[in-house]
Design a protein around this ligand. Structure first.
Ligand code: PM9
Length: 460
């Protein structure tokens, strides 16, 4: 498959304010990562040169968003920014009812508590850490129904986020439709490398779930990036706008959880949006227990205003072409250096295949965790493990052993330049050159939930 790297685009903005960066010395970096227990989440931000830990809440807001912050209506109830956000969610995504939350997992918590009964199955196109945990805490069991290509870093299949409809059909046959709480569909599947689902697959899924009376809940955290790949790769969509494709995706689903910290270009915020009045009514009631009143859900009025404006900017074609274009640019640089990465290049970051990068380190010795620590020590570039540590443990205590053992180089939106991308690729290539000398690690501290955030390691 041919990927367009640059079609005469440049960033559709100019820079008005800059944040100064400093690079620590090699000795300081080695000390910092050792003191962080070789976990990049435990590094201090001031010790980081280029921060690719996540694209979550790390994007640069526009001048219009900052101006919107000044229009924050900080009334406890009925803030005008809530009504603006509600109107933008309806007109952009089409969902009828909105419940704001402090971020994505707040929405996941409420939704899981409402729709999942003990013993239910929740099929999804690959797990996400917080999403699956909330499903499990509500008594459900996640079942992976993504296509097999998604688990193969070398497969060039253009829609690795697709659902294997046969897998879903057999789950329904085995357990009965009543046991399926809903089907959880992520756009731009994060753990697969930011891989899209196609519109035709989603349409087929809609037809199947409708027949069985099963809801589709959309994890729409990166829906605009998914829309970009549909526009570029799927027949019949080349002339449609990102906004039109986003709307068509949402219209095929019954509700959504959103971490607005990604696509929607804000530093904090999220929501649950649904079409069923009954689900909305329960969510509107439950949000007051866990987040805040239903017209602010844990957010300040100014946060909701910035989100409303950010949603509008996120579905702009020029924005999304430059955003994904920058990711593709970095991916091509990595490939030029012979760095093994997940292909095709995804929407929000480059996922380095740690099993191929460090083939001499078995998965039990955490090759991706090790590689993330090495990349930081080499260059001050902070990345994140997305492998066996992130996957965590099953209910019976056994480790999940994911096929994908990846290091994610996540690109914040509108933050870094092309020169930063070059430095990142060069630095990773330097680690590749000395990879034979790198040894694995052991975990010396493991928290119970979402261990990747706080676990500590020591070198073997
Ligand atoms: N994603 C990310 O870095 C931040 C937390 S994990 C390091 O990728 C999806 C697809 C996400 C996501 C967060 C959430 C949760 C739900 N779905 O972080 O609670 O990528 O806003 O969203 C992170 P919140």
């Amino acid at each position: 498959m041919k990927q367009v790297i640059r079609k005469n685009w440049a960033e559709p903005y100019r820079i008005k304010t800059v944040e100064l960066l400093h690079m620590k010395t090699e000795a300081q970096r080695k000390k910092a990562i050792r003191e962080a227990g070789y976990n990049t989440f435990l590094l201090k931000s001031e010790d980081v040169y280029i921060d690719l830990l996540t694209d979550s809440g790390t994007s640069a807001m526009s001048d219009r968003q900052w101006a919107g912050m000044m229009l924050g209506d900080e009334a406890y109830a009925g803030s005008r920014n809530f009504y603006h956000l509600e109107e933008v969610v309806r007109s952009t995504y089409g969902y009828k009812y909105l419940v704001p939350t402090h971020q994505g997992r707040g929405a996941e918590n409420i939704l899981s508590k409402i729709l999942i009964k003990k013993g239910d199955i929740v099929p999804g196109n690959m797990y996400f850490t917080t999403t699956r945990l909330h499903q499990e805490l509500a008594g459900g069991r996640f079942e992976d129904i993504i296509v097999k290509e998604a688990h193969d870093p070398n497969s060039e299949f253009p829609f690795k986020g697709n659902v294997d409809l046969d897998k879903l059909e057999s789950l329904i046959k085995k357990h009965g439709a009543k046991k399926i709480a809903y089907v959880c569909i992520a756009t731009s599947v994060n753990m697969a490398g930011g891989q899209p689902i196609s519109m035709s697959n989603l349409k087929a899924l809609r037809a199947m779930t409708k027949k069985h009376g099963i809801r589709i809940i959309h994890d729409m955290t990166r829906v605009a990036e998914n829309a970009y790949f549909i526009q570029q790769r799927e027949k019949g969509y080349a002339k449609k706008t990102i906004a039109e494709i986003v709307r068509e995706i949402c219209d095929l689903t019954d509700g959504a959880t959103m971490s607005a910290k990604k696509d929607a270009l804000v530093n904090i915020g999220g929501f649950l949006a649904v079409n069923d009045w009954d689900v909305f009514e329960e969510a509107r009631n439950m949000v007051v227990v866990y987040e805040g009143l239903h017209t602010y859900g844990g957010l300040a009025g100014r946060d909701m205003e910035a989100m409303a404006i950010g949603i509008g900017e996120s579905v702009n074609d020029d924005h999304i072409h430059a955003r994904v274009g920058q990711v593709l640019y970095l991916g091509e640089q990595m490939l030029n250096y012979g760095i093994p990465i997940v292909k095709p290049i995804g929407g929000h970051g480059i996922f380095v295949d740690a099993k191929a990068f460090l083939p001499h380190i078995p998965q039990e010795l955490f090759p991706a965790q090790t590689l993330a620590a090495e990349v930081y020590a080499e260059s001050g570039v902070r990345t994140m493990e997305r492998g066996v540590v992130s996957a965590g443990r099953k209910a019976n205590g056994e480790n999940y052993m994911p096929k994908l053992e990846l290091v994610r180089f996540t690109i914040p939106r509108r933050v870094y330049t092309q020169a930063h991308m070059d430095v990142i690729a060069e630095s990773t290539a330097l680690v590749l050159d000395r990879r034979q000398k790198i040894k694995g690690m052991k975990m010396v501290y493991e928290p119970k939930y979402l261990r990747f955030f706080q676990a500590r390691f020591e070198r073997i």
